[in-house]
Design a protein around this ligand. Structure first.
Ligand code: 2U9
Length: 344
């Protein structure tokens, strides 16, 4: 029996050596030390032994069991350590690897230009005011001295929403609304940026939707010279101090007198080139003294108050500054175009 126990011990140690997983090791434990295992079997047969042999066999059986248990514990610790090492290896993070690149966006060039122009006018004492893009016929036309049958209404084909509501064709209704709110008391000194809509066919220089900034300054004794001074200051801040402006007579229903404003060409400096169509001047703004009827309709007494107003297309200002030759670049969102406006 002692011999048998020794054999079982050797077999068990061999199997412990060969066990490569915690599960396999557990199987070995159950096989040799379990209640139905061979060692228990040997112990059960001890009844047949002599009183002299019994303690020896009992002692040997205990020694074998203890030795097996010891080896099981050792191997178990070894396997657990190995498993932990493998897990750590698999889950390890190399903190020295470069991070994932996060693509930086850029402000849309039109947003940047609107903000730049707003900032210049804020510096000149104007406030920025906004209003609805869907307007009533009254504020978009009537209040700006364009009555029902006025031929100028045909000049701008519009997007009507109902017979009385339309997508605004200019930001001027914001000025009319603001004057109304002032209840006949100046000063009103505002710039109004925003989207406007016209039924136009899109091409390199026209878009059915574009951005405008209009300005209005109503107070006592506002004169044409104030308009000229403000617009010259603005143009020189936007394009550069070496540029000058000139005013040419024009017509708008909401201003009298009306002018068109040119800036000297920055490419040829007056020599004449493709950009200025060989005139040395580029048209950039419309402006004039607010028509007395417009002042009156918005609650201002034209005997007491006068004012000037002006309007510009933002896309045109952006195209001139950045040498963009097609207005459609602003709306097609080609990343190669937009990427060029990233700030360093
Ligand atoms: C009120 C009174 C007067 C706004 C003005 C212009 C001249 C003008 C155009 C420039 C290029 C529009 O984007 S554009 O096509 N604008 O020429 N706008 S005066 O006059 C006003 C506005 C509001 C109450």
């Amino acid at each position: 029996m002692i011999e048998r126990l020794k054999e079982l011990g050797d077999e068990a140690l061999q199997e412990i050596k060969e066990a490569n997983t915690i599960k396999a090791l557990e199987d070995v434990r159950v096989k040799y030390l379990g209640k139905k295992g061979p060692i228990t079997e040997v112990l059960r047969g001890m009844g047949k032994l002599s009183a002299e042999e019994r303690p020896k066999v009992g002692q040997k059986a205990n020694d074998v069991r203890e030795h097996i248990q010891e080896k099981l514990d050792e191997k178990s610790a070894e396997l657990e350590k190995k498993a932990l090492e493998e897990k750590l290896q698999a889950e390890s993070v190399d903190v020295t690897l470069p991070g994932k690149e996060i693509k930086r966006g850029a402000r849309h060039p039109l947003t940047a230009v609107v903000e730049e122009i707003e900032d210049i006018f804020i510096g000149l004492g104007f406030q920025v005011t906004e209003g609805p893009e869907v307007e009533t016929d009254y504020y978009n036309f009537e209040a700006l001295n364009l009555p029902q049958e006025h031929p100028a209404r045909d000049m701008q084909d519009s997007f009507y929403v109902t017979t009385d509501m339309l997508l605004r064709t200019q930001t001027s209704p914001v000025q009319a609304r603001t004057m109304e709110k002032h209840e006949g008391k100046g000063p009103v000194k505002i710039v109004c940026p925003g989207k406007v809509y016209r039924r136009d066919d899109d091409d390199a220089t026209h878009s059915h939707q574009f951005l405008q900034i209009e300005g209005l300054y109503v107070d006592h004794n506002i004169r044409m010279s104030d308009l000229k001074g403000i617009l010259e200051a603005f143009v020189q801040k936007y394009f550069g101090v070496d540029r000058s402006i000139r005013l040419r007579p024009s017509f708008f229903p909401f201003t009298e007198p009306s002018v068109e404003v040119d800036v000297s060409c920055g490419i040829c400096e007056g020599e004449g080139c493709r950009i200025c169509k060989h005139t040395g001047w580029i048209e950039v703004l419309g402006a004039g003294m607010v028509h007395p009827r417009v002042l009156e309709m918005s609650g201002f007494d034209p005997e007491e108050y006068s004012g000037f107003a002006f309007g510009m297309g933002v896309e045109r200002f952006a195209m001139l500054k950045y040498g963009i030759d097609d207005i459609r670049h602003f709306y097609t969102n080609d990343i190669r175009f937009l990427d060029q406006f990233k700030r360093a």
